[in-house]
Design a protein around this ligand. Structure first.
Ligand code: ATP
Length: 363
């Protein structure tokens, strides 16, 4: 475990200074952000704790029984976007990424969200609380997939965190979300493991419509566990095969294992899934027929071109980003700039090119 000094990075966003904790330490989880020029209501340095990691179960029935025993739990849909923590600092609403960066893009969108739901009112009443949710839509962190959402970036709340890093009870957070008209992830209800038939039906339905899965949360909000569908696992396989050499070696086998266990537990049609697994592989590697490069495309909507420049700077510190186009568009009668960019994966591009040119390799 690293000590604080090795993992604290000082940054600033539009004049607001912050410290980002880039890795887990004994006292602070990765992604914790400290604003040295702000204090919470208790007079402590304004600290936004890193969002906790969530355990995964690979089998539903035994997993949930082991995890919750006879205790009730809340089920929420797991939405497939990126993790956002909204905070109110220096009289602004800022959006933090899971890794602890202030994201210029999400922060710009948060201003728009505040026009439609009661973010300002929430922060007026709970100035040092944190709204944690998933952002989906025209996203700079998730490559484009068809979504049944209107253009733009959308926020779905799933937790409210206190300045001490604890989370509000599920009932409390649902009440507050309703009171301030903040959209939430789909709330699927309260269950115990005795209602496994109903939970299975929910998962089958989520799988059939292409959803990612569920997160189950204990009544006291302390414990969480995730379980995902084979449809989402196979989509990941298909979409990520082109960048194979940039991913951990376990990425694909892990998803195939998860999908297989779901198929077995739900007794799904093996012929159909044999075809779908095969399809995800052949479709994923279709690009090798006329191969140029391994890249992911993103399309985003900014109001101010400076937001794109700041985002590009942030993304560019870790990956190579190439702008494809900028185009003026109207969204609900408002001017925006649509920006297309791609992220090129150098390692995979190099390896696939060598393979396709016929170079030999020792396995
Ligand atoms: P982890 O480190 O928590 O295992 P990960 O980075 O591997 O996470 P995922 O496997 O996608 O990510 O699962 C956790 C993430 O799921 C959360 O960080 C959150 O952004 C997202 N999420 C989507 N829906 C929910 C929800 N209803 N409740 C909690 N988190 C959710």
């Amino acid at each position: 475990m690293k000590n604080e000094r090795q993992v604290v990075e000082e940054r600033s966003f539009q004049g607001i200074r912050y410290y980002r904790i880039s890795d887990d330490t004994l006292t602070h989880p990765r992604g914790t952000v400290i604003f040295p020029d702000a204090v919470d209501q208790g007079g402590h340095l304004f600290t936004v704790w890193g969002f906790p990691r969530i355990k995964r179960v690979y089998v539903l029935d035994r997993g949930f029984r082991r995890f919750f025993k006879t205790a009730p739990f809340y089920l929420e849909e797991k939405l497939d976007g990126y993790n956002v923590r909204l905070v109110h600092v220096a009289d602004r609403i800022l959006a933090l990424t899971r890794g602890g960066f202030v994201c210029p893009y999400t922060t710009e969108w948060a201003e728009l969200w505040a026009e439609h739901f009661g973010l300002r009112e929430f922060f007026a009443d709970y100035p040092d609380h944190v709204l944690c949710g998933e952002a989906l839509g025209d996203s700079p962190y998730n490559a484009q997939r068809p979504l049944e959402l209107p253009p733009g970036l959308h926020f779905f709340l799933f937790e409210i965190m206190t300045p001490q890093g604890t989370r509000l009870l599920p009932e409390e957070k649902y009440d507050l979300a309703a009171r301030y008209a903040i959209p939430t992830v789909p709330q699927l209800g309260k269950y115990t493991v005795d209602q496994m038939d109903e939970i299975r039906r929910l998962l089958l339905e989520i799988n059939e419509r292409g959803g990612e899965g569920v997160i189950a949360k204990s009544e006291d909000g302390e414990r969480m566990v995730k379980y995902v569908t084979p449809t989402s696992d196979l989509e990941d396989v298909r979409d990520n095969l082109p960048i194979l050499f940039d991913l951990d070696s376990g990425y694909f086998t892990n998803r195939l294992l998860r999908a297989t266990l779901f198929i077995q537990e739900f007794d799904l049609d093996e012929e159909e899934y044999a075809r779908r697994i095969g399809r995800s592989i052949l479709d994923g590697w279709r690009i090798l027929r006329n191969y140029r490069e391994s890249a992911e495309e993103y399309h985003i909507l900014v109001r101010n071109i400076r937001t794109w420049e700041q985002l590009q700077e942030l993304l560019g510190t870790r990956v190579r980003v190439e702008e494809m186009y900028q185009r003026a568009v109207l969204l609900d009668g408002r001017p925006f700039i649509r920006v297309g960019f791609k992220r090129v994966f150098r390692k995979s591009t190099k390896r696939f090119r060598m393979i396709l040119k016929g170079y030999g390799h020792y396995d």
